[in-house]
Design a protein around this ligand. Sequence first.
Ligand code: MN
Length: 493
Amino acid sequence: MSALKKYEFWFVVGSQDLYGEDVLKTVDQHSKIMVDEWNADPSIPCTLVFKPVMRNSDEIYKVITEANNAPRCAGIITWMHTFSPSKMWIRGFSVLQKPLLHINTQFNRDIPWESIDMDFMNLNQSAHGDREHGFILARMRIPQKVISGYWKDAGMRDRMAGWMRAAVGTFESRRLRVLRISDNMREVAVTDGDKVEAHIKFGWQVDHYGVGDIIRMVEAVTEKEIDAQMEQYAEVFDMATENLEAVRYQAREEVALRKFMEEEKFGAFHTNFQDLQQLRQLPGLAAQDLMRLGYGFAGEGDWKTAALCRIMKLMAADCTGGTAFMEDYTYNFDPECGMNMGAHMLEVCPSVAAERPKIKVVPLGIGDREDPARLTFKAKSGPAVLATIIDMGDRFRMIVNDVECQEQVHEMPNLPVAAVLWKPLPSLETSAEAWIYAGGAHHSVISYSLTAEELRDFAEIMDIEFIHIGRETEINELRKELTWNDLIWKLKK
Ligand code: MN
């Protein structure tokens, strides 16, 4: 079963009393059939919940307030099978707190040319009703995602599924707790930001613990717990080092961090190599394995990227593509094959590995501690997105770049970390210029499972700025968009 089935989406179909009981019964039957088919389709990751047809303002108000308070409800999906006068929706929409998808579809795919009469027209008039519905959402400035298409069509279902992922991201964002171990790396700007504003906007509770607190927990881990952790490593990784003591120390760190995060309900964490105190190794393998288990992570005190990493992992929790903390590192400016190589000093998530990862122990140039154990591997090829969130001072901006991850044909025997190679769209140079003009961070989250549209939906529900760099990006048009956005977001304040 999909890991996202626990999230509910309420299917709320609008109509009115005017049509009589028979028509309303048919609308109910159709809606029930649609919900049942969607729920049986593995391409729909979450659970649709059928709600009886809405006929008046009281019913609409009631269902929306119930959805607001339903703990598993991650969003509402509306559809006007018939015509539902939109003044009926104003009272309910004025208290709406859940993300809204407005689908524009029709129970019958084709017009029955031979038999069509006015009864058929009155029953199948979403072309009409969804326009009335769209007006009131536009008029009330309620963010609506609109998807039009036949409800059985695979492409339409994929887009619905994508929006559900975005809504799941916002649902999880609003209850995310981020563990800060130490502060941001000294003097670095882009990884910092306004934590109070992030709490208000995204719902992130970002809490700091001193390294000393973590060290006490690391020291309290027992040999038996370390043995159990080592067995887990042996199940999924190959041991490519003789230095088992170093690996055992990472196991100790992982056990301590996982216990603490489980107890305190943290979903993401960061470290800072500048502040390790008596920690003997920077968490490398430990951070990588915690990411494999679904925790968000970022280095150097970057709490925003750690939070985004967690959210994107949860949006893609039922996918096998892989989602990882990433950092732009080195270019390949070969005109035949322009590529960006991403990695981090240690912490690349094994969910993006193309092969079984190896545990190695190699000195780390920075951090001034013992040689840390880490996983190395070649990453998968295929389409992916890179995403980052920056704090512009008066708003948050999400930047997303479409990329094509490349098969790693070179061995790179002297590189002791996992790396991902990608060709950014539209080209290495334009993508880099666009990302830099937009102020995008060197830290990001890469996902082989999510799309730019899903991240745009997330940004729109969260009411933050969204910048997309993809196949169609033209640098001067993008620069204009940045200039206009700056003015628009100042006005929106
Ligand atoms: Mn970094």
